[in-house]
Design a binder for this molecule. Structure first.
Ligand SMILES: Nc1nc2c(ncn2[C@@H]2O[C@H](COP(=O)(O)OP(=O)(O)OP(=O)(O)O)[C@@H](O)[C@H]2O)c(=O)[nH]1
Length: 388
């Protein structure tokens, strides 16, 4: 089968246009950085389509117009794609690098076409710009690749690396030919792979964007279901899951887990006196105080209202009591700013140890609850531990 450049460009342009419309109309109805990134990618596809259509109808344009305008479309599309990817990932946009790369690409190609025409060097220069492009995208994706929940990022990094390897292969194979210019259009394996992937590029990159977007949505949903929106700490569901994970780890190490139930004393009076919004601010301050007292590996979550749970792995009773006492004293010693006044807040704490042999954490939670009840009955602002 023989396809000329015009036909290939028409197919590519049509593909990019359809994808641009799908992405644009399929992402309306909301506004956040990831959705805006997808829309920017739609804009880039539209420019790619314009560049391809110019090539498809090249007989309508002069060589110079084709070169200058066509490259402006393509290089702007590449720059927009870099920024769009960063937006989808929630990173800083960094327009400057993307724009500078586009300008360098445009100037280089223009110079090698008009001032000092050299087709081979132009191919090399275009490849260098594409490699820089791919590298900027890899840099944006890099941070997440180590985590298991960012598999789409890893896939995209591999895809960009493969693109760099192919560009290197194509250029090395061209430059090592006795007559490199003739090799550019020859049906060698690398040229066939290159043209095939170049043709699929709008589709492949768009699928990559959607995979990333899907992954980001999954992560947001996961967090929304497990994070308390007011205080930003783990909620009940998150605590339940974390409890099981910690217990499984404790079993394997034959260690125990400390459980603390922390409840603010007379919190209702804050709401009654200052209003609910100020009560919320006090809760935030309370969580910050608790967090400051925890070791790495300890977990704090909100059980509900003004009650918090701390899970502290690998502790004995004495360590747990010391931790609870530190938290209690720190809160008693802090002044909580409320509506221009300072409020002296105290907490009552019920403590319990979950033994590694326990089937789940529920029994320890209940014991900590009983101890908390005793602390309240004993006059509040104190720590009680339950017998295991
Ligand atoms: N501001 C605010 N208040 C909350 C929130 N959740 C629960 N509360 C309030 O916390 C108060 C808890 O009241 P109580 O259960 O009577 O407990 P308390 O006043 O702290 O008294 P003791 O626990 O017995 O010391 C209620 O007034 C709830 O409205 C919240 O998210 N924000």
């Amino acid at each position: 089968m023989h396809l000329n450049v015009e036909t290939l460009s028409l197919i590519n342009g049509g593909q990019a246009l359809v994808l641009a419309l799908m992405l644009w109309f399929g992402t309306h109805g909301g506004s956040n950085h990831a959705l805006n990134g997808l829309r920017l990618r739609a804009g880039a596809l539209l420019l790619e389509a314009c560049g391809d259509f110019m090539l498809a109808f090249d007989f309508k344009f002069s060589q110079l117009t084709l070169l200058l305008v066509g490259n402006t479309f393509n290089l702007t599309a590449q720059a927009l794609t870099i920024v769009a990817l960063r937006m989808v990932l929630g990173r800083q946009r960094r327009w400057r690098e993307a724009v500078l790369l586009g300008i360098a690409g445009w100037l280089g190609v223009t110079y090698l076409s008009t001032v000092d025409p050299n087709y081979l060097l132009r191919v090399l220069w275009g490849s260098i710009i594409l490699v820089c492009n791919a590298s900027l995208n890899i840099a944006a994706l890099w941070g997440g690749c180590r985590k298991r929940e960012t598999r789409a990022q890893c896939v995209l990094i591999w895809a960009y690396m493969l693109a760099i390897a192919l560009l290197a292969w194509r250029n090395i194979s061209l430059w090592t030919l006795p007559t490199p210019l003739q090799g550019i259009g020859s049906p060698s394996p690398i040229n066939v792979i290159y043209v095939f992937l170049l043709g699929m590029q709008p589709l492949l990159a768009s699928v990559g964007f959607l995979l990333l977007y899907n992954e980001i949505l999954q992560r947001e949903l996961y967090n929304l279901a497990r994070i308390d929106p007011l205080t930003g700490v783990t909620n009940r569901l998150g605590l339940l899951e974390a409890s099981e994970t910690l217990l499984a780890r404790a079993r394997s190490k034959r260690e125990s887990i400390g459980v603390l139930l922390i409840d603010a004393d007379h919190f209702k009076s804050i709401n009654d006196r200052f209003g609910h919004d100020h009560g919320d601010q006090v809760l935030l301050e309370l969580v910050a105080n608790i967090r400051r007292m925890l070791r790495t590996g300890d977990l704090v979550g909100r059980v509900g209202g003004e009650e918090f749970l701390v899970l502290s792995p690998s502790v004995q009773e004495a360590d747990l009591l010391a931790l609870a006492e530190r938290i209690r004293a720190a809160i008693e010693g802090s002044s909580f700013p409320v509506a221009g006044e300072t409020y002296a807040l105290t907490v009552s704490i019920g403590a319990a140890i979950a033994d590694a042999s326990e089937p789940d954490m529920m029994a320890a939670r209940r014991r900590a609850d009983t101890a908390l009840y005793e602390a309240k009955r004993a006059g509040r602002n104190c720590v009680m531990i339950s017998a295991s």
